[in-house]
Design a protein around this ligand. Sequence first.
Ligand code: UDX
Length: 449
Amino acid sequence: MASGSGTHILALPFPLQGHINPMLQLCKTLITKGIRVTLVTTVFISSSLQIQASTTSNLINIETIPDAATTTSEGDVYQVFINNFKETITQGLPRLIEKHKQSSYPAKAIVYDSVLPWTLDIAHQLGLKGAVLFTQPCTVCSIFYHMKQGTLKIPNEDEGSDIMLPAMPPLKLKDLPSLIYDIGAYTALFNLLIDQFSTYRDADWRLFNTFDKLEDEILKWITSEGPILTIGPTIPPLHTDDIEYGLSLFKPDAEAYLKWLETKENGSVVYVSFGSLVTPGEKQMEEIARGLVESNCFFLWVVRASEESKLPPDFVLEKGLIVNWCSQLQVLAHPAVGCFVTHCGWNSTLEALSFGVPMVAMAQWTDQTTTAKLIADVWQIGVRTKADENDFVTREEIAGSVREIMQEERGNEIRRNASKWKQLAKEAVSEGGSSHKNITEFVIQLSGS
Ligand code: UDX
């Protein structure tokens, strides 16, 4: 019998694709262990969510909170989004919890995204326990933790000296999350990431979407600040029978691209995607386009509808295919795919790692710059593109990086490392593996709480 039978929990993801996916997969894994899950979001967000072909996601009960009437339009676009989401949830979540208390399945706990730390206070006030889920690498979270504690000293850009932090490799300035060395217009996002730790010590569980061997040293260090549970990688086919996460804010193109992949030889296609948020400038888009052509490889490139107008007008797709959105899991699992040009979003990175696909790490911002460092220098499962002082990457650099993986000797070494990490990721979530044990332990504790 499933160990968590009957226990009901709520789950509150931050409403961006890169945060919804790991939360959703955790929920589905918990469902397979007998936990009853209600995913909470706003009416506005739920109207954009598409249900994908998936088995266990059908078992998730979704409950919506009406959007707050007192929304604000003050501040930058991120500040407005963050404030309005917080306003809606702080008004609606207590009512939802109270309503559940009257039902036959009152919720015992809430799993919430680490960028919504104030959720813990609401939960505790109403007698629920709180589990915080970190959806970025533990290395990145630890860097923000040091920022919050004031133990990270930022050198001048031209100093070029190493930044030494406990349990981390020596880091250069541009290996830090970009918001630390180039906050630009993103003060709201910077504060969101720093504030993740405002209720860290009071959380009943701290869950990280990573696995023991992947970030071993830093995980040991963070454990010295309080116990944690690693539960990753939260990639659907590793945990459940699903080929999709289950809910998407984007509608995938018709599946012609999968048929196109079928016509290609194993390992011959470069898959290119920059996730759900990144918006490269027009000049950078042109360099990516020209670089892919110059590499002379087949390529499948996700260009979101909002970015399409940035493609060069004379761009001819002889060996390439462009889609607005795809099933990335199915693409990465396809044997035709030989490398992934990625912005190094944490989900994309864990997905490529779990399917053993080597990466060209072309980080754009936030946590991605640190993840690129890990991909290239620590795990050695990809190459990192070199950028100029304005973070611009040339077509020659892109083509050269792709060829390094697809055609040169270094590519063989990277592929061997990628197979090793694929195996280790699988072991972590398999019976007896570290993440598997931690999820089982979490279910036992939830059921007993
Ligand atoms: C954001 C941040 O940018 C990222 O750095 C952070 O780690 C998580 O939140 P995003 O930029 O969207 O996420 O990147 P990523 O984490 O890679 O998540 C994108 C998700 O969308 C992946 O799970 C990927 O499989 C999915 N995806 C992407 C698709 O399903 N289809 C696509 O065509 C492209």
